[in-house]
Design a protein around this ligand. Structure first.
Ligand code: C2O
Ligand code: CU
Ligand code: CU
Length: 500
């Protein structure tokens, strides 16, 4: 089938998918009946400067089950892969054809608060939103997704997420592959659960509310554990963790390295090899992989290790993973089979970006953020009371309050932020900024994943970051900071700030 024709064929694609997960290894044997990786055509707006999006309902069949009601942008499930050019303006026209309000946020775009698409900018059913996005930032892979408080988790899970690539026209000079769908593959990785009829399942247990939803099945661009043809050359993978809560620990089943060339906010100075990459919800990485040996290989993930913690939480956590049958071993994400095509790039580039900005040493101000899963007492108990309210979470002791701005920040300043997590690791995201990680994991100098400029950081204990505020945001359309475990965000682990 035409692999560029995205989910129009999701029925056929999904029907051929075989079930469940495997415990890693022989890519070959298990992969023959896999669906082909769907790769939507790029929605390239570099010439037109116009982006038309329609949020709509759909029906999608996953893995041969009964059809599920889903949501998407311009299609029944998920959204397009948009490509824009650095330096241009993109005039968006987003029509909400859903029967509920919808806010859509450009995650990773450095744009002013008035077009950022946070929860303050929810559009009513039938209405249109027309923000103009000035694209003025380094080349990178960003994305967009629903951000409607407190329904973000459900809306994203149902499919409201797409990709937004920023291109600077220099990939050929850099020597990195850049032919979309050929040697430049964008992979939206998500976990899902299907019920007995094979329908998309988003029933939250009290454990899911606490830890965030985790599925036991893995989908890439909407297809379960697909298989992708690749040329026998160096291939670029743009990885996005679009899951609600699950953290991936990606590696190849034959141990071959991934050469990281970019993270959230843009290119690294040069490729850095690693055999494992941790990818938390909202984060992006771009890696180069060498397929010149012609061997089929699978990208796999280890189990999410964001569970446990001391005492009661640890115990609850373990009961949960037992109760929900979460996958404990390795799980296949997708596999690649080199098909003999000769690719364009057959050596790793020496340099891919500028050297990183030097670490700021003076700060205009310091702030402290404590992420808190247990506002108002043991939330597990509240869940068990069955009052339907779920846990209340917050930052610095307060749940998100749409009517109360948390911080007023001065434009064109650099601040030092310390973020502390509680018993779980939390992917902390800030709108309207890129930041540099100074320390992570309680005082350690940044691990490999956190060396580049970022907008989302998995906080494990305590982290310190240098944040530069270059975009204005007024009090009617402030920027957000929040945990990117979407159930935590909806439970109140979010704040908002102005920049002026
Ligand atoms: Cu990707 Cu405020 O979110
Ligand atoms: Cu964002
Ligand atoms: Cu969280």
């Amino acid at each position: 089938m035409d692999r560029r024709r995205f989910l129009k064929h999701s029925v056929a694609v999904a029907a051929t998918a075989s079930l469940g997960s495997i415990t890693a290894h022989p890519a070959q044997a298990a992969s023959r009946n896999r669906p082909t990786l769907p790769m939507p055509e790029l929605l390239d707006v570099t010439q037109s400067g116009r982006l038309e999006l329609k949020a709509q309902t759909g029906k999608t069949v996953f893995a041969g089950g009964s059809s599920s009601p889903t949501l998407g942008y311009n299609q029944g499930y998920l959204g397009p892969f948009v490509r824009a050019r650095q330096g241009q303006e993109v005039a968006v026209r987003l029509q909400n054809d859903l029967d509920e309000p919808l806010a859509t946020h450009w995650h990773g775009l450095l744009v002013p608060g008035k077009v950022d698409g946070g929860p303050h900018q929810a559009i009513d059913p039938g209405k249109v939103w027309e923000p103009i996005l000035p694209i003025d930032q380094p080349a990178s892979t960003a994305w967009f997704h629903a951000h409607t408080f407190p329904h973000t988790a459900r809306q994203v899970y149902a499919g409201l997420a797409g990709v937004f690539q920023i291109d600077d026209g220099l990939d050929a000079d850099r020597g990195v592959p850049h032919e979309h769908g050929v040697d430049d593959l964008t992979l939206v990785i998500q976990d899902r659960r299907l019920d007995d009829a094979g329908r998309l399942d988003y029933r939250l247990s009290m454990f899911d509310r606490m830890h965030g939803f985790q599925g036991d099945r893995l989908f890439v661009n909407g297809a379960e554990q697909p298989r992708s043809p690749v040329p026998n050359s160096i291939v670029r993978l743009r990885l996005l963790n679009g899951s609600n809560a699950r953290i991936f620990h990606l590696r190849f089943d034959d141990g071959r390295p991934m050469h990281v060339i970019a993270s959230d906010a843009g290119f690294w100075p040069k490729p850095v090899a690693t055999d494992e990459l941790r990818l938390s919800p909202g984060e992006r990485f771009e890696v180069l992989v060498d397929f010149r040996d012609g061997r089929e290989v699978a990208l796999i993930t280890g189990p999410d290790q964001n569970r446990g913690g001391p005492g009661m939480m640890g115990m609850m956590s373990n009961i949960r993973s037992f109760a929900s049958g979460l996958v404990e071993g390795d799980q296949r994400v997708l596999s690649f089979h080199p098909d003999g095509r000769k690719g364009r790039v057959d050596r790793l580039p020496d340099a891919t970006g500028d050297s990183p900005a030097s670490r700021p040493t003076a700060f205009d101000r310091r702030r402290h953020f404590r992420l808190d899963m247990m506002l108002g007492g043991m939330p597990m108990m509240r869940g068990m009371m069955g009052d339907g309210s779920g846990p209340s979470m917050g930052i610095n002791g307060r749940p998100f309050d749409p009517h109360r701005i948390n911080e007023d920040i001065a434009l064109d300043t650099i601040e030092h932020w310390t973020i502390e997590s509680d018993m779980l690791m939390h992917p902390f995201h800030i709108h309207g900024v890129h930041f540099q990680v100074l320390t992570d994991e309680t005082g350690q100098s940044p691990r490999l994943e956190n060396r580049g400029a970022k907008d989302t950081l998995l906080v494990d204990g305590r982290a310190e970051i240098a944040v530069r505020f270059t975009q204005p945001a007024g009090k009617d359309t402030p920027f957000m900071y929040h945990c990117h475990i979407l159930e935590h965000e909806d439970a109140g682990m979010m704040g908002h700030f102005t920049v002026s």
